[in-house]
Design a protein around this ligand. Structure first.
Ligand SMILES: NC(=O)C1=CN([C@@H]2O[C@H](COP(=O)(O)OP(=O)(O)OC[C@H]3O[C@@H](n4cnc5c(N)ncnc54)[C@H](O)[C@@H]3O)[C@@H](O)[C@H]2O)C=CC1
Ligand SMILES: O=C(O)[C@@H]1CCC=N1
Length: 282
């Protein structure tokens, strides 16, 4: 049962906050069952305590026996040190959930005695408002029931997609990094709107509503993006002119390359931060 679980976030950065905000706002787990620890910035923990009613603790003060789910939320470069520092405190009942890009379940499993349940997830920052598209892949020893508990936890921050782990790099390139592509697009649309004399504020609202409407059409109408695009496009009209400019300037290729490069970087992170380690020396 998820509602009885106690969750510790190790790493109190922006992803941890986005997830905590989503989980607390969804009300599935009482805030006092959520604890967060950070390596150095204690002020940051105080902020999260005040904002969400959760508890903060220094890493050394974490009482692991009172925790069920441990969420690893540090940068890939810090994963090895963090795993080394907690591995001797981990108990068989602990469920390890990692949000770390590029770090595989097998790398994490190597730090623990055989049988530890590990789940790798890739949320995005829209977790903050309960609208993440989150990928979930399970490790070798993870039970179906555990996947369901973690899935339920993640459903409080948005939609969850269970995928094979060999698709996690691609998922990261699409959904983990994806919000940034749309923000980038918005920045450029805003610039043109401002150049044309619209106030920044009005332009932002208009563009956000346009993106929101387009996304909602995809989710609610059983239609492909290509058909919906054609429905907007009158022969020799404004959209045709805009799409022609996108095509001429290579926007389609640019978007495909963004996904490819982000997915490739996720793969690179795997080799960059896991190649020198075979886990912990017991
Ligand atoms: N920001 C995003 O949109 C997404 C990030 N991720 C992943 O989430 C992870 C965290 O990303 P951010 O929150 O953006 O990073 P961040 O830099 O904002 O936060 C990481 C935090 O972890 C702390 N930390 C590092 N080592 C630690 C340790 N041993 N013990 C306790 N705390 C420790 C740092 O002090 C820092 O506060 C990364 O691995 C990233 O790949 C995944 C999905 C989306
Ligand atoms: O940029 C990054 O590496 C992380 C992972 C996905 C989104 N942010």
């Amino acid at each position: 049962m998820l509602k009885n679980k106690r969750i510790a976030f190790i790493g109190a950065g922006s992803m941890a906050e986005a997830m905590i905000a989503g989980i607390v706002n969804a009300g599935k787990i009482p805030p006092n069952q959520i604890i967060v620890s950070n390596r150095s910035n204690q002020e940051r923990m105080r902020q999260l305590e005040t904002a969400y009613g959760i508890k903060g603790a220094a890493n050394v003060d974490l009482n692991f026996s009172t925790i069920d789910i441990i969420v690893l939320a540090m940068k890939p470069k810090d994963a090895h040190t963090a795993l080394q520092s907690i591995c001797h405190s981990i108990q068989p009942h602990h469920i390890i959930v990692s949000v770390i890009a590029g770090i595989t379940t097998s790398f994490i499993e190597n730090f623990f005695p055989s049988g530890q349940q590990v789940i790798r997830v890739m949320p995005n920052t829209s977790s903050m408002i309960g609208e993440s598209a989150t990928g979930l892949s399970s490790g070798k020893h993870t039970l179906h029931q555990t996947i369901m508990i973690v899935k339920e936890m993640l459903e409080s921050i948005g939609k969850v997609y269970i995928i094979p782990e060999d698709k996690m790099d691609l998922f990261t390139g699409i959904a983990g990094s994806g919000p940034a592509y749309f923000y980038y697009l918005m920045e450029h649309m805003e610039k043109k709107a401002a150049d044309g004399g619209l106030s920044e504020d009005a332009a932002r609202q208009i563009i956000a509503q346009t993106i929101f409407g387009a996304a909602k059409m995809i989710l609610e109408q059983n239609e492909t993006p290509a058909i919906l695009r054609q429905n907007v496009t009158s022969p020799n009209g404004t959209t045709a002119a805009g799409l022609q400019a996108l095509h001429m300037h290579g926007a389609g290729t640019a978007i495909e390359m963004a996904v490819q490069e982000a997915a490739g970087r996720s793969k690179e992170l795997t080799s960059e931060f896991t190649k020198f380690s075979t886990g912990v020396i017991r």
